[in-house]
Design a protein around this ligand. Structure first.
Ligand SMILES: CSCCC(=O)C(=O)COP(=O)(O)O
Ligand SMILES: [Zn+2]
Length: 211
């Protein structure tokens, strides 16, 4: 009999979705050296998230585990991502958030260093801004926040909460670290992640050309 507090078929479904998508992100070089972490909402109290320290390009079903909305492991001895709190804070705060993706691509990491002083990356006038839910024209701008890095997830989560108190956003950079992006489901979170990656690449190229 299944006595788990979540639907194990749903976990299997989520694990497959994470594995398929992360394989593509890893093939693009966005998850170097066991970096990055990924999650999907299972239900209103549980989240499927990657186990800490695994090679994200070679994930198997056993590399996806369940945590509650406080980030505590549920019915498993696995250790969840070291950055679990940065995922669960979004699920706990927004009932509509269904997926959180975190990657360490070269563009994301270089941009986080370059724009750390400004505290944000200004993205304006790009057609691709329409990839972000809520935008319907290129005649708009997004400030992608760049937060100071910390090994203390409570410090990082407090910075994110302070930003979310002020504005609606679909992602942020952490200095010298990488990008967090989210959405209502995997497709939307992937679209946001892909759009941030492309736009950061554009900004870095422009900086090179303007030198
Ligand atoms: C070797 S990468 C350092 C940790 C990190 O930033 C990351 O994204 C992966 O951590 P996890 O515990 O989720 O494997
Ligand atoms: Zn990371």
């Amino acid at each position: 009999m299944d006595t788990l507090p979540y639907d194990s078929r749903q976990l299997k479904h989520c694990a497959g979705d994470i594995i398929r998508n992360v394989r593509e992100l890893a093939a693009a070089g966005w998850t170097p050296a066991t970096s990055s972490n990924f999650s999907l909402r299972l239900d209103d109290r549980h989240v499927a998230i990657t186990v800490s320290g695994r090679d994200k390009g070679r994930l198997v079903e056993d590399d996806i585990m369940v945590v509650d909305l406080q980030g505590q492991p549920v019915a498993t001895s696995h250790r969840p991502s070291a950055e679990t709190l940065l995922h669960t804070q979004l699920y706990a705060r927004f009932a509509e958030v269904g997926c959180v993706l975190h990657t360490h691509s070269l563009n994301q990491t270089v941009a986080s260093r370059l724009f750390a002083g400004a505290g944000h990356v200004h993205l304006e006038g790009y057609e691709l801004l329409k990839a972000f839910t809520g935008n319907s024209t290129h005649e708009t701008a997004i400030e992608l926040p760049v937060l100071p890095n910390s090994q203390d997830m409570h410090t990082l989560a407090a910075q994110v909460d302070a930003l979310l108190d002020q504005r609606c956003m679909w992602g942020y950079l952490i200095d010298g670290h990488g990008l967090y992006a989210w959405g209502r489901d995997m497709a939307e979170a992937r679209r946001h992640l892909d759009a941030f990656e492309f736009l950061l690449g554009c900004e870095l190229e422009l900086r090179k050309l303007q030198r």
